[in-house]
Design a protein around this ligand. Structure first.
Ligand SMILES: NC(=O)c1ccc[n+]([C@@H]2O[C@H](COP(=O)([O-])OP(=O)(O)OC[C@H]3O[C@@H](n4cnc5c(N)ncnc54)[C@H](O)[C@@H]3O)[C@@H](O)[C@H]2O)c1
Length: 348
């Protein structure tokens, strides 16, 4: 049996998780051997008890679950996002989820903001290093609040960290029939980390002679994503550049309402979440788009061994977009619940 820990979180995270659970229920009813438990970590719990996400729970997830699903976290009553950081970054770091995986796939031409792009033109995946770089949290502030204040944020790049994300990108390409891996950095301006990324990319790349290696500096990569996105199959990059690249990628393929993501450590308990936040103003208004969460469920099911369900869920979402049975943010009229029900009706 495959086990999933579900954390709805805050705001519309709760609304979209309700719909994600409808999908899991539907899938389970077809005989799939899955089980899930729902955990109430989030702002409400933190404000009432001071608990964010205890270490024992992280160990419980690691030892007893195959995957974790999170709706979204973030609440205006917790302006410093203390609970959100503990939950999201805590899981990323403590479970060593070094792969941030975001597919960029256009599901319908009318969703693309670029002119004359076909479905085949926008179909690539981005692998963002998820545990190092400028987001590792190293640095400090000196003479704070004085005219001489100094702020230092250091970019951490280890050979191990760079190598494992690059290798994962090549392995993914090989397993999924992708012929080109593109690495992006800023090695012309940031020579030390750039040198490590460059050497590692071409050294690891030698093990995959059948796969073409491509390199763009990050500024050029973003221009190319808008100009000629059809050249991309697999992109691998560092934590901060990946953060930016994937948001542009989400817009190329229909926006936040359709963007799902995986935080993965291959072979271990991994975390899946829609890319969007908790949009608190929409909570319980029945307007949040649950499709990103639903597509994320598909990615999670693929990760735990049921790829056929990812394909079925994605097809149902494609049909929804094609027939304009979509929520407001995608130009339709369906509420959150009706959207979930519509997808369920296509899966049974
Ligand atoms: N991974 C996460 O849990 C995550 C990610 C980003 C932001 N946040 C948190 O979420 C809170 C709100 O942040 P924000 O406003 O910057 O980003 P957000 O993604 O929550 O919302 C930005 C805007 O995008 C639209 N939107 C986003 N998701 C939508 C959906 N599913 N359906 C319909 N419209 C949608 C809404 O117009 C919303 O106002 C903050 O507390 C922030 O820290 C959490």
């Amino acid at each position: 049996m495959k086990k999933i820990a579900v954390i709805p979180g805050d705001g519309i995270g709760i609304d979209v998780t309700d719909e994600a659970l409808k999908i899991l229920r539907t899938v389970k009813e077809t005989g799939l051997d899955i089980h899930w438990d729902v955990f109430d970590y989030g702002a409400e719990k933190y404000l009432a008890t001071g608990v964010t996400l205890p270490d024992e729970e992280v160990e419980n997830f690691r030892d007893n679950y195959d995957a974790i699903f999170i709706g979204a976290v973030g609440d205006p009553r917790v302006p410093d996002m203390k609970h959100g950081k503990d939950i999201l970054l805590g899981l990323r770091f403590k479970l060593d989820l070094f792969v941030n995986f975001r597919p960029v796939k256009l599901l319908d031409e009318k969703l693309c903001p670029l002119k004359n792009k076909t479905l085949a033109d926008i179909d690539f995946v981005v692998f963002r290093e998820n545990t190092e770089g400028l987001y590792a949290g190293t640095g400090g502030i000196l003479k704070q609040g004085t005219p001489d204040e100094v702020a230092i944020q250091t970019s951490i790049n280890t050979r191990k960290g760079v190598e494992r994300i690059i290798r994962y990108a090549f392995e993914y390409a090989k397993a999924h029939g992708r012929n080109r891996v593109t690495m992006s950095d800023k090695s012309n301006a940031m020579r030390f980390e750039g040198d490590l990324w460059q050497r590692t990319f071409y050294e690891v790349g030698e093990e995959y002679p059948e796969i073409e290696k491509q390199h763009w500096y990050i500024d050029a990569l973003l221009m190319q994503m808008v100009k000629r996105p059809e050249q991309f199959e697999v992109i691998v990059t560092c934590n901060m550049f990946g953060d930016i690249v994937t948001d542009v990628g989400a817009q190329l393929s229909g926006g936040m309402g359709l963007a799902g993501s995986g935080n993965i450590h291959p072979g271990r308990t991994s975390l899946f979440e829609p890319v969007h936040g908790s949009a608190p103003k929409y909570h319980r208004k029945d307007v949040a788009n649950p499709l990103a969460a639903i597509l994320t469920v598909g990615m999670m099911l693929e990760y735990i061994g049921f790829p056929q369900w990812n394909a079925r869920i994605e097809n149902a979402v494609i049909q929804a977009v094609k027939t304009n049975n979509v929520p407001r943010d995608l130009g339709g009229e369906l509420g959150t619940k009706a959207m979930g029900n519509w997808i369920v009706s296509k899966l049974v």
